[in-house]
Design a protein around this ligand. Structure first.
Ligand SMILES: Cc1cc2nc3c(=O)[nH]c(=O)nc-3n(C[C@H](O)[C@H](O)[C@H](O)COP(=O)(O)O)c2cc1C
Length: 229
């Protein structure tokens, strides 16, 4: 006789108790008014970013950057968004880091925001290029002193033998930067992600989320469409 899972067993919640009962997207979110949307996604991004600042979203400029390695395997990490001009989104990192090497081989990238208190997600896709050593040095010099010393070590994403080793090389770079306050890490770069697709996603606690997608046409014009939730 084929043994059947008892009804009571199949109904059992076998999830780790840490996850059971957790809620998501429960806020009383402001509906996304989709009449009179800006022509381009950069304008809507700035509008949403201003609202995130007004609503005191913590670190609204913290963003996930996704890249692809030489085997086509996706990779992702958090970064700070440094600036936005039109449809270009800027972040800074080291050219010799994992992301830097991946972008050199394959410039296609995506950045993703999630502003929990507003129930908003923004997805941006495009092509990232490094903006050159002058812009990189300018960004480097705007960093706080300790962040400059860390970046000055270089070797981002390389294997570190011990914390003591880090303290040692960090001391050397602190000293170097005191003596050379205008120095900049040679491989520090500002990257511009020029987007060709964007999606603005507003949560609805009943899961009837509103999604607006922008896509750049071959003729250079932006087209907008709604997406099913
Ligand atoms: C909130 C947050 C902000 C970060 N900002 C940056 C940044 O602006 N630039 C950067 O290189 N790494 C930043 N990091 C560290 C990266 O997530 C990552 O560890 C590092 O860049 C190495 O990534 P990679 O090995 O993929 O190149 C940040 C991490 C967090 C959590």
């Amino acid at each position: 006789m084929i043994s059947r899972t008892k009804m009571s067993d199949s109904k059992k919640d076998n999830r780790n108790p840490l996850f059971r009962g957790l809620k998501s997207l429960t806020g009383n979110f402001t509906p996304f008014e989709i009449d009179h949307l800006p022509e381009k996604p950069g304008e809507l991004f700035i509008r949403w970013f201003e609202q995130a600042l007004q609503e005191r979203v913590p670190e609204p400029h913290a963003v996930t950057l996704s890249t692809v390695d030489h085997e086509g395997r996706p990779d992702a990490r958090m970064l700070i968004l440094k600036d936005v001009h039109g449809e270009s989104f800027y972040f800074a990192s080291s050219m010799e880091s994992r992301k830097g090497l991946q972008l050199e081989q394959n410039p296609y990238a995506a950045i993703t925001f999630y502003w929990h208190t507003l129930g908003r997600q923004i997805r941006l896709r495009g092509t990232a290029t490094e903006t050159g050593s002058i812009e990189g040095a300018e960004d480097f010099r705007r960093r706080p002193a300790e962040a400059r010393a860390v970046a000055m070590i270089g070797r981002q994403s390389k294997v570190l033998e011990s914390q003591q080793e880090l303290e040692h090389v960090l001391d050397e770079q602190r000293q170097y930067l005191q003596e050379h306050p205008d120095a900049a890490a040679p491989l520090w770069r500002l990257y511009a992600l020029k987007i060709d697709e964007a999606e603005f996603w507003q949560a609805d606690s009943g899961r009837k989320h509103t999604r607006v997608q922008y896509r750049l046409n071959k003729d250079g014009r932006w087209e907008q469409q709604l997406l099913y939730p």
